[in-house]
Design a protein around this ligand. Structure first.
Ligand SMILES: Cc1cc2nc3c(=O)[nH]c(=O)nc-3n(C[C@H](O)[C@H](O)[C@H](O)COP(=O)(O)O)c2cc1C
Length: 319
């Protein structure tokens, strides 16, 4: 039982996952949480979302893996991680010493593999599973699950069949129609949606006359992507019956509130952790100031206010 913070004014319930603030951490930008414990009070983070975890350890990509871009960064870490066994043996017990919900971000290379990771992580101490569908389906010629509604749905079904945990599906923005993707994963049984993952990009070194990143393409994140992310949340919030965790370029409380007004019930902070490692805690204070300024009691009351018909636009709030 997580203890109450801020008189409950920032408490949110995301499909049964109770968070004391609406702020979680972007997978891959907050390590496994433990790396940040000297910078902030982990118990004042709404939930810790850990680095993408796979069944077996993964080495990630070769060559240069990140570069700063205008108002953001491009990365191709390649989902390096020590694997689910290591996570369960070494990381989770340490993380569990803190009174904070733990969301484990998972990935695989086939629907079956996603199911296997979900099953392995269906243990006490894991509060929710977030599915990263922005990965290639090795069996189907490498097409990314998150760009094909049927493939994404198959992954969600495989995970749901193998876990008792609340399941969040993380959408990719690299699609023509995000609403189709959102509806496909909702139909497949996801309990919540998180969005957005990074946007694909390339940077070329004009003197070497070659792409900078070893992988050629990388994922763009940071404030440069924020208007794209807010637009996508705004669209999906009007189409689905499940809560949304919004992310993409959040730098401060102001930005976080923008996502909530667009229909997100919670938010996630990513790239900003690299320059302000206490941000997940700091944003909560800014949110309280905003509530006071606008004479609102609970953060839940601002969700969806900027939609065309305000909160009436959101099927999730009106189900
Ligand atoms: C270095 C880095 C590593 C990331 N690793 C993962 C990952 O393992 N799994 C995942 O679902 N998303 C991953 N992401 C995406 C972020 O969680 C987040 O969705 C994205 O960066 C947009 O938010 P931001 O602009 O606040 O960073 C990563 C992003 C960065 C910058």
């Amino acid at each position: 039982m997580v203890k109450a913070l801020y008189e409950g004014r920032l408490a949110v319930d995301i499909a049964g996952l109770k968070m004391q603030t609406p702020v979680t951490t972007g997978s891959g930008t907050f390590g496994f949480g433990l790396e940040f414990r000297d910078f902030l009070d982990l118990e004042k983070v709404g939930a810790v979302t850990v680095k993408g975890t796979s069944l077996l350890p993964a080495a990630g990509n070769k060559g240069q893996r990140a570069i700063e871009t205008p108002s953001g960064m491009l990365n191709c870490i390649g989902l390096e991680n020590p694997g689910s066994e290591y996570f369960l043996e070494h990381t989770l017990p340490e993380l569990r010493k803190y009174d904070v919900p733990v969301i484990v971000n998972i990935y695989g290379h086939s629907p079956e593999e996603y199911g296997e990771v979900a099953k392995k992580l269906d243990v006490d101490g894991v509060d929710a599973v977030e599915i990263n569908i922005s990965c290639p389906n090795v069996k189907e010629g490498g097409i990314v699950f998150g760009t094909c509604p049927e493939a994404a749905a198959e992954v969600v079904r495989a995970v749901k069949a193998n876990t008792s945990k609340m399941v969040i599906t993380k959408l990719s923005p690299n699609v023509t129609d995000i609403v189709t993707m959102a509806k496909a994963v909702e139909e497949a049984g996801t309990d919540a949606i998180s969005m957005i993952n990074t946007l694909l990009g390339t940077v070329i070194d004009i003197d070497r006359q070659k792409p900078v990143l070893g992988n050629i393409t990388g994922g763009l994140s940071g404030p440069a992507v924020r208007p794209v992310a807010v637009r996508l949340v705004y669209q999906v919030a009007q189409a689905v019956n499940v809560p949304i965790i919004g992310m993409g370029g959040i730098m401060n409380a102001r930005d976080a509130i923008e996502f909530m007004l667009a229909g997100a019930s919670a938010v996630s902070v990513g790239t900003v952790n690299f320059i302000q490692p206490d941000i997940a805690e700091t944003i909560a204070h800014g949110m309280l100031e905003y509530l006071d300024k606008h004479n609102v009691q609970s953060i839940n009351d601002i969700v969806g206010l900027a939609l065309p018909n305000g909160r009436a636009s959101m099927p999730y709030l009106n189900k």
